[in-house]
Write a protein that binds this ligand. Sequence first.
Ligand SMILES: [Fe+2]
Length: 188
Amino acid sequence: MFSLEKFIADCQQALEDPSPEQTVKKLVQEAIADPAAFKAAIEARGKSESIADAILFRSKELTVLPVSTAPGMMTPAHDHQMWAVIGIIDGVEPNDFFLEEDGALEKKSTKTFKAGEVAVLKGKVIHAISNPLDVQCYAIHVYGGDLVEQPGRSMWNPHTFKREPYDIVKLSQYVTEISESSAANALD
Ligand SMILES: [Fe+2]
């Protein structure tokens, strides 16, 4: 039977490996091979009120964050400054990838990860994710550091497109603002 506790312990153990993100990628692939069990384990923890509230495990070296996205949800662009492993449990997770050029953020590509897929993102990657479907989507994100307090992280204000220091509370607020406006636009 799938155990979130064992999954987290295995991810912690993976930090001892020379390429922990590749070991975590394998662990995530195994874990999401039974998407129903993973989803049930996350749902058993109840609804989260914010991104910070949804974090399952957090240390200086590792963050484990189940991501349950509502229809129409969008995040602002942000970086991580640590490796990230993204596994899609149910639905899709479109990732827009950006580069900062001459102080301006430019969207360079979009890759839509689908259920069963696992991606490894390098620390300098700038991305934004969304849920374009009309159903809830589920993913698991594992990061090689402290997602909340990793130094040097940035996010881009979705209204002014200016770079700001990463702040998980403010990011949640931006998600609400731009997701609501996208939902309102969809009703037009
Ligand atoms: Fe991210």
